[in-house]
Design a protein around this ligand. Sequence first.
Ligand code: ZN
Ligand code: ZN
Length: 536
Amino acid sequence: MKVTFHGAAQTVTGSCYVIETETARFAVDCGMFQGNDALEERNYEIDNCRPRELDFVLLTHAHIDHSGLLPRLVREGFSGSIYCTTPTADLAELMLEDSAHIQETEQEWKSRHNLRKGKQDSETDMALYSAEDAQAAARLMHAVEFGEAVAPAEGVSVLFRHAGHILGAAMLDITVTEQGKSTRMLFSGDLGRPGALLLPDAERPPAPEWLFVESTYGDRDHKGENDTLKELAEAINYSCSHNEKTIIPAFAVERTQEILYSIILLKKKGLIPEDVPVYVDSPMAAKATQVFIKYGSELHVPDITLEDIQRPGFKITYTKGVQESQDLNTRSGPAIILSASGMCNAGRIRHHLRHNIWKPGASIVFVGFQAMGTPGRKLVDGAKSLRLNGEELNVAARLFTINGFSAHAGQSQLLDWIGSMANPAMHIVLIHGEPKAQQTLAGLIRQRFGIESVIPDYMEEMDITAGKAPEFNIPASAAARKKVDWNFLMQELDLRTAQLRERIAHASDLPWEEQMDLRDRLAEIQRDIFVLLSQS
Ligand SMILES: [Zn+2]
Ligand SMILES: [Zn+2]
């Protein structure tokens, strides 16, 4: 049996693992890459998966970094079933529809931009998929219940177990039988924090032979939940006391509902003003909240009753059209605005940042993971300015980063979960994490359990046939692509600077208007370099 890592290998996004057995060829997840341009270009490489030759897909949960390329897979010829839990099917349908919408809007924007510059659209300027592709993917979903074993192909059986990450999120307990020999693989999917708001804890299955475990927070722990609520109250009170807004970029699914639950709890405890209005400015978050209500009996919501939610001060407003969303910018006085995307790389949150980030009394509250290369990550890392839609904005609002809301297990929780099954015969593969987090976690796993973890790279192949020693291989094409020729880039820059110096030597002979134009353009280049350097 061969496993190929098509994504979330030394990165957090793009989860996709293709497994080839004697009788079947299938994928675990088919997620979108999010972050810098080089990473996002991988979204156009789905052919590597050979979509037509995949028999089925197992989907751990609805998050876009796990489900976001399913419509692209379908567009490129995949026609098998997509197995997932019932709530995941509902949430994924919403998320893929929304993702298609974002894709199409961005393509329009890029095309207009190219047209103005007299450029043709490149392949990566095109939308990854359309709303029809997203609907086609939703039609292929085959919902199963937690704890129900399914056999999507001969020799393959799968059990969906609670992962405690978001509504419907599962870990996949997969048994593959080849020539009478069985191999059990456990894919953790994204693993939740024990005691998370709204959800049951992750299950602790018996030890598998191969454990594929996420490592997002392999290098750090989260703060306690009491601090989390206190920090949220502090952020809201800060902007309320300055008569400004609290902007919360939040993933539409799970995080938005957790924050809403927390806000109601804070109002009930009198820790924030009861009359501060709360807006959910994301059509997707509004729809996702409906799904949460539908599966309400599966949620864990202590300390809040139905009567609480009906109190006038606890009312939540879901904005409808674009106009209502834009009206929030001209609305004076304090307010809490939850909007998507959670990493500020798309969606309405961008215009809320544009209108608030430069205001000293406003607060921006990060309540989720910010992937490398996203505007959210730049802010969390301390950027003094932020470029949004071609405009450089000064960062004057107060930024709060609250880690305790994470839907992911922190370092000690990951180790605790791994420890519940670790044994010397078990293989551990670290996926879904950035290299630093993975190295740290691998070190701790070695120390505590004496197991040497495998950290696969993008497109790496792993042969794990039962009864044989595992073999690893990175195809030459994948290995070659990783290198950046830094020397060449710096030499080019030096050369251009020398040419510029020559031209500037005669600049004072130019007409005054041209000199001013040149000065502005040079100042702009200088600012870009300054911003780059200040972000380390
Ligand atoms: Zn997730
Ligand atoms: Zn994930």
